[in-house]
Write a new protein. Sequence first.
Length: 213
Amino acid sequence: MTGFPDTVTAGTVTTFSVRVANDTGKDLDTVLTYAGVHATDKDGVKDIAKYLKLKWSTTASPKWQNVDGDLYIDAIGALKQGKQADIKLRLDVDAKAPAGQGLTFIAGDYFNEDGSCGLTPDAAVDEFDIKAAAAKPVTKPSPKPSTTAPATGSGVTPQGSGSSVPVNTTNGTLAATGSSDATAQLALAAGAAVALGAGAVFITRRRRPGADA
């Protein structure tokens, strides 16, 4: 697999390619490419794969098509020994996708008319990060200028005018202001969330070619 970045962003489309080569030592009648993607949130707990869609195309079939439910791309057909075929893949990330982490799985299977079949023992796995879409800036309305004329003769004395109001005291102590003797108590609670198991475990199920026959 080539051209896949380390990070994708929600609301974007990423195009990459997969090259399938026949090094089995014999011609193959039917070759299938297995392509899967899985993802979780940044804590590795919640499955967010529903926000990711894989599509494929080839030179012979340039129109983008969805990877089927079994995650197999039946686009190569026969492939002779030593030959190779290229498939374009596209990952669509929904704009609502939260931040997280993902994996892509790529593998190749084959089966022949004589009943023989085979598959790559391990899928090629690539990790990537998912960034949430940037929040749209909120535009606050500009305050409207006041059209009300300032009141005159309000009786408010400007600060520093020399006029003051004496503090009412009784026997040299401050007079009561009417506030309650009981002081209001504030209870503050603080909590810290610990993200455990950030490394998610991804399991893929591969259908052996011809199993449904």
